[in-house]
Design a binder for this molecule. Structure first.
Ligand SMILES: CC(C)(COP(=O)(O)OP(=O)(O)OC[C@H]1O[C@@H](n2cnc3c(N)ncnc32)[C@H](O)[C@@H]1OP(=O)(O)O)[C@@H](O)C(=O)NCCC(=O)NCCS
Length: 167
């Protein structure tokens, strides 16, 4: 996937984390479509620390094309009209590769991440996928926990070594 979708594992962003108030608004899920391109692009930009509006606009154009494309699958979580989370990915052959999943901080640990995984899995199944995969960082315990709860199993380990000194 391109820079726009490849936010899994980084997740150093916190869209809305500073401003959101926790509340009990019921959460609805729907398919993610091109009307979500701006939201999704801003999220991706924040993940990569991009604030330059021209770059954000470029990401949005690419995001829109990706969402319109034949391989994209996505679900968005709504509190009323407000988007408070999403999951999306690509169908590659018989696999759904999840590129990104996010729930706004104030709405976490209420099962929304699990619902998003369930919903995107159902979409993928309907489109012929037989396996769903995601990767995450070794210290992302919430993602690992929701994954395991939803029936994912660990199948691979990924190692890296830094070749330059970290500042
Ligand atoms: C990962 C994420 C999508 C989960 O969303 P969520 O709506 O909180 O998910 P759920 O409520 O369905 O499940 C979260 C589980 O993690 C647990 N959890 C939350 N914070 C945790 C922590 N710091 N350590 C361990 N477990 C934690 C919750 O208790 C819950 O456990 P349960 O399965 O026993 O109920 C959300 O935390 C998020 O958006 N994180 C930032 C983005 C991110 O990391 N995305 C994944 C990149 S790979």
């Amino acid at each position: 996937m391109t820079e726009i979708g490849r936010t899994m594992g980084k997740a150093r962003i916190s869209r809305g984390e500073l401003s959101a108030q926790s509340n009990n608004t019921p959460i609805k899920l729907r398919r993610l479509d091109t009307s979500d391109a701006s939201y999704r692009a801003r999220y991706a930009a924040e993940c990569d620390g991009i604030s330059d509006e021209s770059k954000v606009a470029r990401i949005e154009r690419r995001m829109r094309d990706w969402i319109k494309g034949p391989c994209h699958v996505g679900i968005v979580a709504l509190a009323g009209e407000r988007r408070v989370g999403h999951v999306d990915g690509e169908i590659r052959g018989t696999r759904l590769v999840i590129e990104d999943i996010y729930v706004e901080n104030a709405y976490r640990s209420r099962g929304i991440g699990g619902r998003l995984l369930e919903a995107i899995s159902a979409e993928a199944r309907g489109r012929g996928a037989t396996v769903v995969e995601f990767d995450t960082e070794s210290d992302n315990l919430a993602m690992q926990r929701v994954g395991r709860r939803m029936g994912f199993t660990l199948t691979r380990l990924y190692y890296e070594r830094q070749l330059i000194d970290q500042a």
